[in-house]
Each structure stands twice: as structure tokens, then as C-alpha cells.
Design a protein. Structure first.
Length: 110
């Protein structure tokens, strides 16, 4: 291989590399968002305003605590009903009988 042959090969490699780079940059340019594409997105100020209105972890923890307390209170009240399970079973049986007889069951206050 002569020096001229080597120079030709190097030149071909450089041309191929340039073409790959041009194609790559063209693809980036083609896929890049324009100002018009970005107009519909929230601005930094809008995001900051939304962040200020969002609940904090502490807020969520307080709500979670209140829900847990309410759940415990309800469970205590339900367990305090002496015949709660039996009443639910009787309600279910009455609903079945009403359907068999042709009476449309209605929701009644407990």
C-alpha cells in the first residue's frame, strides 16, 4: 500500500464520517421542538405557582392520620353493635325473598 492509497482511504473515511454527522445533525434538527411546540407547555412561573398550591408531605400525613383515626372509630362503633353481623345477614335474606316474591328491594336507612 502506497502513501497515496492510504491518503485516499483516509479521505473516504472522512467523507463517510462527515456524511454520518450531517445525517445525525439533520435528524436532531428534524426532531427538535420549535418555539411553537413549546407554547402549550407550562412556564416556570406557572409550575412554581402549582407547586405552591400542592399539598406537602406533611399535609398528606395529617390527612392520613385523620383517616386512620376515623377508621378506628368506625371499627369500634361497628364492633360495638351487638348484632351487626346478624342484621346484615337478615337484610341479605330479606332482599332474596323480596326478589322471589317480586317486590323491588329499596334502600332503607339503617
Amino acid at each position: 500500500m502506497t502513501l497515496d492509497d492510504f491518503a485516499v482511504l483516509v479521505q473516504k473515511d472522512l467523507e463517510a464520517t462527515r456524511k454520518e454527522m450531517r445525517d445525525g445533525f439533520a435528524a436532531v434538527y428534524r426532531d427538535m421542538a420549535t418555539k411553537d411546540d413549546l407554547k402549550g407547555l407550562a412556564t416556570k412561573q406557572e409550575l412554581d405557582a402549582m407547586r405552591a398550591e400542592m399539598a406537602t408531605k406533611e399535609d398528606l400525613a395529617a390527612v392520613s392520620d385523620r383517616i386512620s383515626i376515623a377508621k378506628e372509630e368506625l371499627q369500634e362503633q361497628i364492633s360495638g353493635l351487638k348484632y351487626a353481623k346478624e342484621i346484615d345477614e337478615i337484610r341479605a335474606r330479606v332482599n332474596v325473598l323480596e326478589r322471589k316474591v317480586g317486590i323491588h328491594p329499596t334502600r332503607r336507612a339503617a
